[in-house]
Design a protein around this ligand. Sequence first.
Ligand code: SAM
Length: 245
Amino acid sequence: MTNSLPEMAEIWQQTLNWQPSAHQQGQFQRLYHLILEGNRQLNLTRITDPQEFWEKHLWDSLRGIALKGEFITSLKEGASVIDIGTGAGFPGIPVTIIAPNCTITLMDSTRKKITFIETVLTELALTNAKTLVARAEEIGQQPKHRQAYDVALIRAVGTASVCAEYTLPLLKQGGLAIIYRGNWTEDETTGLENAVKQLGGVIEAIEKFTTPLSQSIRHCVYLRKVASTPVQFPRATGVPTQKPL
Ligand code: SAM
């Protein structure tokens, strides 16, 4: 069959000490088909080759929620998770599939993308996710969302300090922000440290890894919230990108 996703059981096992169940593998496959279909009307992703989709969307999404080779423990404990700027649902939908005890909020400022995601959630019978059309700068100031999440995920939404300003206000004290990056330099660490300090966080870890098929370099930056975020953050819509901390 064309457009069939590879299983990659051994690679899952070697890299994340985990393998999808047959049910989860079926959900990954269905997700891939829905994205290919959705791409005809919406510009969801340029990544449509099955191997590339597996690596850059599925594997990459789940690699981020692993620290030192294992999925972070809060996912087993029913964490409340938000994916900011989820787009076509990455990394949030793969996380929803593998963490049924967690509640995942899939958030994006584009209504059309969230409408697509709502179809996916119905088709995949995923009941542990909610959707939200909003901007990170707005919900960071709303009592319903501020300090409400255990984990905040963010991939390909902005520079690291922008991602820190979007994620940290949403986290409970002790919560974890996971910023998915491609390349990363020492200078970026220095710049981010300054931003994170102002926002009530610390850099807990920066993991560098290579993707298992194309051997591309990736980084994930893990921020821990250690103090409450001052009320002025996040700043008004557009300010975090125009005047990064
Ligand atoms: N996270 C997905 C991924 O990695 O495939 C999508 C990345 S896409 C390049 C960036 C997404 O972030 C877009 O869907 C955009 O609408 C959303 N976005 C950008 N700024 C945002 C903000 N301030 N609040 C909410 N969503 C935002």
